[in-house]
Each structure stands twice: as structure tokens, then as C-alpha cells.
Write a protein that binds this ligand. Structure first.
Ligand SMILES: *[C@@H]1O[C@H](CO)[C@@H](O)[C@H](O)[C@H]1NC(C)=O
Ligand SMILES: *[C@@H]1O[C@H](CO)[C@@H](O)[C@H](O)[C@H]1NC(C)=O
Ligand SMILES: *[C@@H]1O[C@H](CO)[C@@H](O)[C@H](O)[C@H]1NC(C)=O
Ligand SMILES: *[C@@H]1O[C@H](CO)[C@@H](O)[C@H](O)[C@H]1NC(C)=O
Ligand SMILES: *[C@@H]1O[C@H](CO)[C@@H](O)[C@H](O)[C@H]1NC(C)=O
Ligand SMILES: *[C@@H]1O[C@H](CO)[C@@H](O)[C@H](O)[C@H]1NC(C)=O
Ligand SMILES: *[C@@H]1O[C@H](CO)[C@@H](O)[C@H](O)[C@H]1NC(C)=O
Length: 785
């Protein structure tokens, strides 16, 4: 009987009329087990009434309720429900005279996997195998002491993190997890949570090249295309045969590299792709996993996409269904790349941490981590913990903000040591026009263009009028699966409306029904039009244009249309914040501004058409959407000044948000005492966010470090509406490289300023050549009326 504690809790009741306890083998989900408790037969003389049945159900609630009171130490949620209902129940009653067991669902109760985090290791030199074994043993000891059996601890621990992260992942019961979290050596115990993959963005639009030429000021030239930089991804693996990873003409692998391609895996490393490893135990503990499928090969595509976006080589002739012909390339095409597969395609904390351990050890310089799970507290978030250790080891960690937009407050990966990136559009437009029989043109988007000959019209039908007999008009309206009648659709362009189902599903439905094209109209005027690779020529049009097209269809005897278009570059205002991109404010620490489309000084908030960056509704976006703005890498090479941050600052930051010295000493692996200081607002972050400006003046400080030539910088202030901003001193003279100068910023709400919404401004230090800009984001404290 595997579920020892479960059965205990019922035996504790010691109720003599519990005759049999059956454990069913029907887990409702991974964390939920259902049980059947059998109480014997019902004494009904005749067919029971509903009241009779309700009475019995109530008796079950009473019975279990009385047990649970005594076993209540266990934190579980119980649901009772008769296993058999209604007619089924009655017929069972009659035919078998065995009646009414009830089932209960014990949730959060059985074993699930946890990450136990103990802080970090601080080896003086490279640890030996014996050192690592000693650490593993200490994990067995620690957990063994809680479980009263070291052997048992050994069996349940499936990862020991021994090199950088000190901790382990194990399958535990809730009580055991609660018990171990009380141990003085433990920083945090958290469920082995699952994150989702996020998408990253394209590079071409960032000023690294112009019309296929590489300008002299391009960061690519200065950085020699990222030569010998090692970029790792924690993602869904890699497709090693991709042309982006060919190693023609690339020199030997940097000698510092310790990584490899897993020899049992059939993936061959070369001088470009220098690492491919996988970590699946956390996923196996949390979800069902096909254990025969142990490979770093990317069956999802996301990992190959992110890895080649960051470090792919120039691949000419790349195209997507004949659209957007061009040279595919990564942001850092001469770099080396390494893939750490931790997503299957969902990514568990335990595997993410194992990936960080490996990547730090192997010697990556940059980690790209396009995964996340919404805002999470730092010490129970695998990505935040892993990234801290990576940053401490000199690795830049770049992560995605998330795809949960446009609702506010959902930005993820909010730890200040992570460079968090939002999603936006580029200036390439995938036009796919609709031309109607009345010669009206509507501009839409799609990848699959130019496949209908210009001037050749096809009959156009509203999908509602092409509905199959067995479906509702609503299903047909959205061109849902099986909703169209092939007889009505054959040879026609079908007008469909978008809903939450994937767009490409609709072009597939039309294609399968014999249609030749799709006009796919937005349902909401605020929706962004997204190009996709469709099964038949498709044009995604705005809700307004959709209405006009539909009016034409309804008012015309034989409506006709064709779809035609081409990729256009530079014709469109960009960037526009993608509507999926997760905006702030930061739910965990509102003083830290995330998202960053790009980072501080080297970014712009003006689009290519000299307008402020727009949000997905094409209204002016703000730093809660784009953080510091859109990155401009070529000027990031020579920023002039920087707001420097070290891990010491990050630890002070953690102290100022309430983690105590004891916990932080464990976290950094050496004694640490929280210093009294002005707190969070003084954290030397390149943006200034005061989410709770009191009626008094608020003063905070920042320190600038000179990384350029000697220069005199003056400040330029654009105060947020209703707020006065003073900077002292107003000029800073730097004589040497690495010289640091502090300045103070005083913020005060103007008299009579009432708004309790966020307001936005900026301060910029400039020496005429460099412009070092920080967003200023302020919200006035709400005063109780
Ligand atoms: C591994 O999983 C992928 C995706 O689930 C599947 O396409 C592939 O065939 C599997 N490979 C093996 C060897 O089972
Ligand atoms: C309607 O009937 C067709 C033909 O029998 C079938 O293929 C289709 O799946 C059905 N649609 C739905 C939504 O059940
Ligand atoms: C067009 O006709 C359909 C019914 O065929 C109707 O549902 C829709 O509201 C009409 N739309 C317009 C814009 O006339
Ligand atoms: C764009 O900004 C406007 C004005 O702040 C806001 O009302 C709208 O909801 C925003 N749209 C999105 C998609 O964030
Ligand atoms: C420090 O914080 C931990 C976790 O919140 C707590 O258990 C501990 O008692 C605290 N220690 C001190 C000295 O306040
Ligand atoms: C702002 O301050 C008030 C009063 O001190 C507090 O209740 C509130 O939680 C604070 N809000 C933020 C975002 O810090
Ligand atoms: C403002 O400052 C005064 C004097 O220092 C203090 O008594 C008061 O509590 C402060 N108010 C707020 C909202 O911080």
C-alpha cells in the first residue's frame, strides 16, 4: 500500500464501520489522488427518494468530517461526491444491492516534487569529485534527519545541486516539505513549479545593419560578430542539423569551454554548436514523461528558434512559405552556442536549476532564458535563484518578460539581476491585401502571400453562409473544425472571424473544405493583426475593414475577391508593443521597473517614424510596457556612463525588501549583515520607480560610473506630470575611467496633484555625445479619505 499517510489518516479515525479502504488507481491529476471508501450496503426498502440520497451524502460528509478534524494537521482539501449519480445509482441499487460508496479526492496531499534551496556553495578552488560527493551526502543527511532515514532520503532526491546552487530536488509529502522548511540551513522549499516557454524577438531591426550592408558603427563590427562569446539557452533543445549551426570557417573551440554534447544522444557537437545536454528528472517527477525520449533534440522548435536568434550564423535564402526572403542570422553570428534542454516543452524548476548548474560550470558567457511563469517571489523561483548564481559567476542572463499581456502587473522574471525583455514588432510588414470585386483594397497581413494571381477574382463567401448542417452559426462564424460545408466552400475565398483558437486552424479548415483563400477579420478593434504561415492564401484584416468587407458580401449578388501582397520593409511604424507582451507594474517589487524592451542608456522610446512607441492599441505606450525602450545595440557599445550593479548591491536590495541577515548569509554562502540604509529606492538601478510617493519629499540617490573618455555631463529633466523633480548636482565631471559620482534626486507631488495613476518622465545625463537616460515612474500614495 503505497499511500501510507493517506491510509493512516483514515485509520486514525478508528471507525469500526469503515469496512474496506480501497485505493483506486485513478489519479485525477499528478497531485490529486482519489480514494474509494466503502461502507457496506444501503438498507433501502424501496427506490430511494432524492431526499434519501441527499441524506446519505450528508452522512458521508459527517463521517469523513469527523475523521478529518482529528487528522487535520494534514493540509488537504477534500471533496466528497457520490461516485454514482442519478439513474446509474438506482439501477445499481436494484440490480446488485451493493450501494453507495463515496469517493474523496485528497488534494495537495500525496507526494509531489519539491526544490529545497540551501543557498550557495563557496568553494575556494575547483571542487574535486570527492567534494561534490560530500555535498550530495550532506543533502542525504539533511533530508534523512527529517525523514528519519537516510536511505529513504537517498531514494527520493533526484537532483543534488553541488557546484554553485546548494540544494536538491526531491519527491516529498507535503508534511515532509513543511518539516524540512523549518530546518535552519534551508533558505526555501518550493514546489517544483512548471514554467512555460516564451518567444523572443527578431534582431534585424536594431541598427546592426542597413539594407543588407553593415554600417561602420555597427556593434557587429566592433564586437567581431560575437566571436568566441559562448551563448547558452535554457530551452526546448536544439535541432543540430540547422544551417544556423554549421561551423564552416570557425576556429577551434575556446579552451575555457568544459561543456559537451551528451554522448548517448546522437547529437554531434561541432565548432559552432559546442554543447547540447538535457535535464528531465524534474519534468518526470511532475508530469508524465516518455522516458524513452531522452534527448536534447528539439521537437518543439522554440529552443532552435531562440538559440539561432541569439547566435545563429548567416544563412542565405531563408524564407517562410516564400515570404520575407532574406538572410537568416542571429544577433551574434560568430558566437558559439550551447543548448541546455530543460523544457519538454514545459519546464520544471528542478530541471531549470540543473540547467543553470551545468551552464555555469561549462563556461557560457550569456544565457538566454525565454521561459517563465508570471511574477514569483525570488527565493522560491528556480529561474531567479539560478540566474543569481549565474550573474555572480559573470554570466549575463537575459529572460523574457512573458506573454501574458496586455493586462497590467503580469510581468515575470522580475528579479533585478535578470535583464528582462519585452516583445514588440519590427519594421518589416507582411502585407497581404484583399482586393474586392468593387475594386476596394484592404491592407491585411499574412506570411503566405502572392500565391493568388493578381486580377483573377474568386467567389467570396461568408463562413456563416457556408455552415455545415450539423453545426451552429457561431461555430461556422469562427471557421471552427468541421464547421464548413465543402459543397459551399469549394473554390471560394471564405470570410472567417478570429477567436481564441489558432488562426492557422481556420485556414486549415477552409483548405480541407476545398476553399482557396481566407479573409480573417479581427473580432475586436483593439486586436493586433498577426501574420502567420497559413495553409491557403490568407489576409488578416482589422475589425473595421472586416465589417466593410462583410457589408460588400451581404450587399452583392456574386461577391468576388483576391488576396495579394508582399513583404514590405520600413513602411510601418515600429516598434509597437506586442499585445501579448507582459506589462508592469512589477508585482513582486514595484520599485523595480520591468519590462525592458531594451536596457537603460542604449535604448530609444521613439519609433522609426519619429513617434513615441505605441502599445498594441496603437496608443502611446509607457515604461510599464517598454521599460527603458527599444534597444539600440550599436550605441550600447559606447554608453559613456553606466549605473553599475554588483552582486553586493543585489544582496543589499534583498535586505531592503525584508530578507534578514540569517537568510541572506545562507543565500550568499558567507556571513552577511544587513546594513541600515535608505532602502530600496537607492538601489542603483538604471530607472527610478517610486510606486508610493508620500505627501512629503522623497529623496533617493544613484551612482554613475564613467566607462568612456573624461567628460562633463549635464542633467536634463523631463518631470512626470504633477510631480516636481530636482537633481543635485546638476552636472558631473568625470576625469578618469571607472570614476564614480553620486547624485541625488528629490521628488515631490505638486500641491493639488490628485492622480493616483502612474505618471512618467525621465532624466538624461548628456555630454553632447552620450545620452544616459533613465525612466522616472511615479505613483502618488493613495490617501485614505
Ligand atoms: C520524442 O518526442 C517527440 C515529440 O513528442 C516525438 O516527435 C519523437 O518521435 C520522440 N522520439 C522518440 C525516439 O520517441
Ligand atoms: C459535422 O459532420 C461532418 C460530416 O459528418 C463531420 O466531419 C464534422 O466533424 C461534423 N462537425 C462537428 C462540429 O461535429
Ligand atoms: C451579413 O450577413 C450575415 C448573415 O448572413 C449577418 O450575420 C451579418 O450581421 C451581416 N453583416 C453585415 C455587416 O451586413
Ligand atoms: C494602450 O494604452 C491605452 C492608454 O493608456 C490603454 O487604454 C489601452 O488599454 C492600452 N492597450 C493595450 C493593449 O495595452
Ligand atoms: C529570518 O527569516 C527567516 C525566514 O523568514 C525566519 O525563519 C527567521 O526567524 C529570521 N531570523 C531572524 C534572526 O529574524
Ligand atoms: C503604499 O503605502 C501604503 C500605506 O503605507 C500601503 O498600504 C501600500 O501597500 C503601499 N503600496 C505600495 C505599492 O507599496
Ligand atoms: C511627513 O513628514 C513628517 C515630518 O517628518 C512626518 O511626521 C509624517 O509622518 C510624514 N508623512 C508621510 C506620509 O510620510
Amino acid at each position: 500500500m503505497g499511500r501510507r499517510t493517506a491510509s493512516c489518516s483514515l485509520y486514525i479515525c478508528n471507525l469500526s464501520y469503515v469496512i474496506i479502504l480501497l485505493l483506486t488507481v485513478i489519479p485525477v491529476s499528478v497531485y490529486v489522488q482519489s480514494y474509494v471508501v466503502y461502507l457496506g450496503r444501503q438498507p433501502y426498502a424501496s427506490e430511494p427518494s432524492t431526499t434519501d440520497l441527499d441524506r446519505v451524502t450528508d452522512a458521508h460528509h459527517e463521517l469523513l468530517g469527523s475523521c478529518m478534524k482529528r487528522a487535520l494537521k494534514l493540509r488537504f482539501i477534500v471533496q466528497l461526491r457520490p461516485v454514482l449519480h442519478g439513474r446509474g445509482l438506482h439501477s445499481v441499487a436494484k440490480s446488485t444491492a451493493i450501494l453507495l460508496p463515496f469517493s474523496l479526492i485528497l488534494q495537495d496531499f500525496i507526494k509531489s516534487s519539491y526544490v529545497v534551496y540551501l543557498g550557495r556553495h563557496s568553494y575556494v578552488s575547483e571542487p574535486s569529485t570527492a567534494d561534490l560527493d560530500r555535498v550530495t551526502d550532506s543533502h542525504h543527511e539533511l533530508l534523512g534527519s527529517c525523514m528519519k532515514s537516510k536511505e529513504k532520503a537517498k531514494q527520493v532526491i533526484f537532483y543534488s545541486y553541488t557546484r554553485y546552487i546548494n540544494g536538491f530536488a526531491a519527491v516529498l509529502e507535503d508534511e515532509e516539505a513543511a518539516e524540512i522548511s523549518k530546518h535552519p540551513d534551508v533558505v526555501s522549499v518550493s514546489r517544483n513549479q512548471i514554467s512555460q516557454l516564451h518567444t523572443t524577438n527578431s534582431w534585424g531591426f536594431l541598427g546592426l545593419e542597413r539594407n543588407g550592408e553593415i554600417p561602420a558603427d555597427s556593434m557587429w563590427l566592433k564586437a567581431r560578430f560575437g566571436e568566441d562569446v559562448i551563448i547558452g539557452t535554457l530551452d526546448s533543445g536544439v535541432w543540430p542539423e540547422s544551417e544556423s549551426f554549421n561551423d564552416d570557417g570557425i576556429g577551434p573551440v575556446p579552451s575555457k569551454w568544459k561543456g559537451y554534447c551528451d554522448p548517448n544522444d546522437g547529437i554531434k557537437c561541432n565548432r559552432k554548436l559546442i554543447g547540447a545536454r538535457y535535464f528531465s528528472k524534474g519534468h518526470e517527477a511532475a508530469e508524465t514523461h516518455d522516458s524513452s525520449n531522452h534527448t536534447a533534440r528539439d521537437y518543439d522548435g522554440h529552443g532552435t528558434h531562440t538559440l539561432s536568434t541569439a547566435g545563429g550564423r548567416f544563412v542565405s535564402g531563408a524564407n517562410l512559405l516564400s515570404s520575407a526572403y532574406g538572410t537568416a542570422k542571429g544577433g551574434s553570428p560568430n558566437s558559439r552556442v550551447a543548448s541546455y534542454k530543460v523544457c519538454w516543452p514545459r519546464c520544471s524548476d528542478a530541471d531549470v536549476l540543473a540547467g543553470y548548474e551545468a551552464a555555469i560550470h561549462d563556461g557560457v558567457d550569456i544565457l538566454s532564458v525565454s521561459l517563465g511563469s508570471g511574477p514569483r517571489e525570488y527565493f522560491t523561483h528556480g529561474n531567479a535563484i539560478g540566474a543569481f548564481l549565474a550573474v555572480e559567476n559573470g554570466i549575463l542572463v537575459v529572460a523574457s518578460a512573458g506573454n501574458k499581456g496586455p493586462d497590467p502587473g503580469v510581468v515575470g522574471n522580475v528579479a533585478p539581476w535578470i535583464l528582462t525583455v519585452a516583445g514588440s514588432t519590427i519594421s518589416r510588414e507582411f502585407t497581404s491585401n484583399v482586393i474586392l470585386g468593387n475594386n476596394k483594397h484592404y491592407k491585411g497581413v499574412s506570411f503566405n502571400t502572392n500565391t493568388q494571381p493578381a486580377g483573377k477574382f474568386y467567389p467570396l463567401i461568408n463562413s456563416v453562409d457556408a455552415k455545415a448542417a450539423n453545426v451552429s452559426s457561431n461555430q461556422a462564424k469562427y471557421c471552427s473544425i468541421g464547421s464548413l460545408d465543402p459543397l459551399k466552400v469549394k473554390g471560394k475565398i471564405v470570410y472567417c472571424t478570429r477567436n481564441e483558437d489558432p488562426d492557422v486552424e481556420k485556414s486549415l479548415v477552409v483548405s480541407q473544405a476545398g476553399g482557396v483563400g481566407v479573409i480573417l477579420a479581427n473580432r475586436l478593434i483593439t486586436q493586433q493583426m498577426r501574420p502567420r504561415a497559413h495553409f491557403v492564401p490568407t489576409s488578416v484584416v482589422s475589425a473595421d475593414d472586416g465589417l466593410s468587407i462583410l457589408t460588400y458580401v451581404n450587399s452583392t449578388k456574386s461577391p468576388v475577391a483576391y488576396i495579394s501582397g508582399a513583404t514590405e520593409v520600413g513602411t510601418v511604424a515600429a516598434p509597437v508593443m506586442a499585445d501579448f507582451s507582459s506589462p508592469g507594474p512589477n508585482f513582486i517589487t514595484p520599485e523595480i521597473l520591468k519590462v525592458l524592451v531594451a536596457y537603460d542608456i542604449s535604448a530609444t522610446t521613439i519609433s522609426n517614424v519619429k513617434q513615441p512607441i505605441a502599445n498594441a492599441s496603437l496608443l502611446e505606450a509607457n515604461p510599464l510596457n517598454y521599460g527603458a525602450g527599444h534597444i539600440w545595440p550599436s550605441s550600447a557599445m559606447d554608453p559613456g556612463l553606466v549605473y553599475d550593479l554588483t552582486t553586493k548591491d543585489y544582496v543589499n536590495f534583498l535586505c531592503s525588501i525584508g530578507y534578514n541577515s540569517t537568510l541572506l548569509s545562507l543565500f550568499i554562502g558567507k556571513p552577511y549583515i544587513c546594513q541600515p540604509h535608505n532602502g530600496l529606492l537607492d538601489f542603483n538601478y538604471p530607472s527610478i520607480t517610486v510606486p508610493n510617493l508620500s505627501s512629503n519629499k522623497t529623496t533617493l540617490s544613484r551612482t554613475l560610473k564613467n566607462v568612456g573618455t573624461p567628460s562633463l555631463y549635464r542633467v536634463n529633466i523631463r518631470a512626470p506630470g504633477g510631480i516636481s523633480v530636482k537633481v543635485e548636482p546638476r552636472s558631473l565631471k568625470f576625469d578618469k575611467i571607472n570614476e564614480e559620482k553620486m547624485f541625488k534626486v528629490t521628488l515631490e507631488a505638486n500641491k493639488g496633484f490628485k492622480s493616483n495613476d502612474y505618471v512618467f518622465g525621465e532624466i538624461t545625463w548628456s555630454d553632447g555625445k552620450h545620452h544616459v537616460r533613465s525612466p522616472v515612474v511615479v505613483k502618488k500614495m493613495e490617501v485614505a479619505a
